[in-house]
Design a binder for this molecule. Structure first.
Ligand SMILES: *Cc1c(COP(=O)(O)O)cnc(C)c1O
Length: 408
């Protein structure tokens, strides 16, 4: 088998032509700054599509999360419950505000925050007021169960729907369940503005605060008058033009991503692996990234340090490192699963809670050979496969073949 002539990407932007039209409109009308029709339209369309009252378009999803955390009222020293198995951008904004992230382990059914671990977290840290919840790889978490725990303890949810735009839970869009929520238009997300993000909320006051904070927090005065700390977080009308051009294609992208997921699932049916799971009864993911989880019994030995990895190849077995290295040899891009936040050196002193209690108190994440820490386990045995919209079935069949060979 020969390597792919053109690199096969994990998830690259897919443009359709309308983007250029709206960018050109911004250019020709000279609305090249942080005000303009493209911004108004993307905010209107997202509210209409997702069913939220207010959307504030910002430079990045991370900026949206930062403002969401501020709106939720996180103060210096506050503990905040956060998804553990996620991208760093989910949790860093808590630190921006001086809060302390307390990481909550994942469950196996959707790889998202475990409601039982969250309940345990409230037992150990009563009085926590904010929960930051991510929907990993486009798969909605157990929202009703999480919401029930939060309601019981009077906590507010900040939803990080950066990866799950267009995914639904019981027919309702992710990004509309929390009080203050985030979506992202980063370059590798399901649709993109090249960058960009949005804060979503049903609270009119919160939306207007976010607008004010994102544009340097000017007061209504003839000069630059400031009573609050401001940020330069607003989106550009040019970037919003790209987003506006992409929005009509969200459903098409989801359909393509779902076809990729299903083709992998079928292709791997005889291998000792499973795909990233979801609750088909209650949710419809956007299938942003297709991921593999290798059965415990089919893992060859693999050791990961802080910046490198080793493995010992074994017939009939494989590991994420071997598969990722093999894909790279064939010019295809995969990615490890997000390394859990509680394993990150920057967060090594933060608490980590599993459904059994304090996950840091254990001397060993493995008890009788079984990994007790769901996040570490998924990180160790899982990987993200090339999931690019533009991958042809023939290319994907070749990826499947490459993965199969790793298990020979
Ligand atoms: C991409 C991403 C973000 C941040 O979005 P940006 O627009 O890149 O700032 C936040 N959370 C998660 C889970 C993401 O994947």
């Amino acid at each position: 088998m020969k390597p792919f002539e053109q690199k096969l990407w994990l998830s690259s932007p897919t443009m359709h032509g309308d983007e250029l039209r709206y960018v050109t409109e911004a250019y020709e009308s000279n609305w090249m700054s942080t005000v303009g029709k493209n911004i108004d339209e993307v905010e209107r369309i997202i509210c209409e599509k997702l069913g939220c009252r207010y959307a504030v378009a910002l430079g990045t999803g991370t900026a949206a999360l930062h403002l969401a955390v501020k709106l939720a009222g996180v103060n210096p020293g506050d503990n905040v419950f956060c998804s553990d198995l996620t991208f760093g951008a989910t949790v860093n904004p808590v630190r921006y505000e001086g809060g302390k992230a307390v990481f909550v382990d994942s469950e196996r059914d959707t790889w998202n925050m475990d409601p039982a671990a969250l309940e345990k977290a409230f037992e150990l840290y009563p009085g926590v007021k904010v929960v930051v919840l991510a929907h990993l790889y486009g798969t909605p978490g157990k929202i009703d169960e999480i919401k029930a725990v939060c309601d019981k303890h009077g906590a507010v949810i900040v939803e990080d729907a950066a990866e799950s735009l267009g995914a639904t839970y019981k027919g309702r869009q992710t990004g509309t369940f929390g009080a203050y929520n985030c979506i992202s238009f980063n370059g590798n997300k399901i649709i993109t503005g090249s960058a960009g993000g949005m804060l979503l909320t049903d609270d009119v006051e919160a939306a207007s605060k976010a607008r004010k904070w994102s544009t340097q927090a000017r007061e209504a005065a003839p000069w630059y008058q400031h009573e609050e700390l401001g940020y330069n977080y607003r989106i550009s009308n040019v970037i919003a033009g790209v987003v506006r051009g992409q929005l009509p294609y969200l459903e098409e992208h989801i359909a393509l991503k779902k076809a990729i997921y299903l083709r992998y699932k079928e292709g791997f049916k005889d291998l000792p692996v499973t795909m990233n799971p979801y609750d088909g009864q209650n949710s419809e993911p956007n299938f942003w990234l297709s991921c593999l989880l290798i059965d415990e019994g089919a893992m060859c030995r693999q050791v990961r340090g802080e910046s490198d990895a080793l493995y010992v190849s074994e017939p009939g077995k494989s590991c994420p490192t071997e598969i990722l290295e093999t894909l790279a040899k064939f010019n295809a891009e995969g990615r490890p699963i997000w390394k859990p936040m509680h394993m990150q050196p920057i967060y090594r002193n933060n608490a980590f809670i599993t459904r059994e209690g304090n996950g840091r108190a254990r001397t060993n994440a493995y008890i009788a050979g079984k990994c007790m820490d769901v996040g570490i386990d998924i990180f160790s045995r899982g990987l993200c496969l090339p999931s690019d919209n533009k991958m042809t079935p023939e290319q994907q069949n070749k990826v499947i073949e490459i993965v199969k060979r790793c298990f020979e």
